[in-house]
Design a protein around this ligand. Sequence first.
Ligand code: DC
Length: 240
Amino acid sequence: MSFQKQLTIAIDGYSSCGKSTLAKAMANELNYTFVDSGAMYRGVALYCLRNGLIVNAIPNVSEIENHLPNIQLDFYYNPETRIQELLLNNENVEQEIRTPEVAAVVSQIATLRSVRVKLVEEQQKIGENGGIVMDGRDIGSVVFPDAEVKLFVTANPDVRAMRRFKELSEKGIITTFEDTKRNLLERDEIDSNRIESPLVQTADAIVLDNSQLTQEEQLQIALFHVQSKSRELAEKQLDC
Ligand code: DC
């Protein structure tokens, strides 16, 4: 029995727990669109850094609001890297948004209501026809509360910090394991306790702790949940 409707898949969870890797792999398998919503917050943070809108790590909220209409974000699928790369006002900033400088301020930017309103609207537009796997912090709670499949991904903080540290080292970015872990825990704290759309595990989300799982094992578990949901929806359709 197959269910033809293109589903909406929401993946939320803490920083550096492999959400984007999982989302990308699922989108590949299902032939869906993959969207890394964190990249969009990073794009706004980069714009703010470049334009002097963050001073001593404090965002100038009213100036940021004035600049928001000038910030255009798009994704470009690079067939060579097979990655959706972020364009900020038509400039490819995929590398720059991953630097520790951006990581250090992005959580502050993501607390701002005006920024969230703009990005959530754009995310909902991208996903309006389904067939999408989007990862972030508020995807199952705010962006797509009616998503057919919601996954809440988590992993032990040391495992996450080590994965992130290796990733940064491989990119030639110099940092220490301790600094990486500190930044990650700080981001978790801000993301979970902010007033605007904090990271929450919704009641209908499936928890996936990948501390002890390989990427392939995690992918197979996630696809199993998608197949179960598709079967359930197909059965409901037959009953109607
Ligand atoms: O997933 P990431 O580390 O690239 O996200 C960067 C920051 O943006 C992080 O502090 C959480 C925030 N974010 C958010 O608040 N809502 C989202 N949907 C995605 C990311």
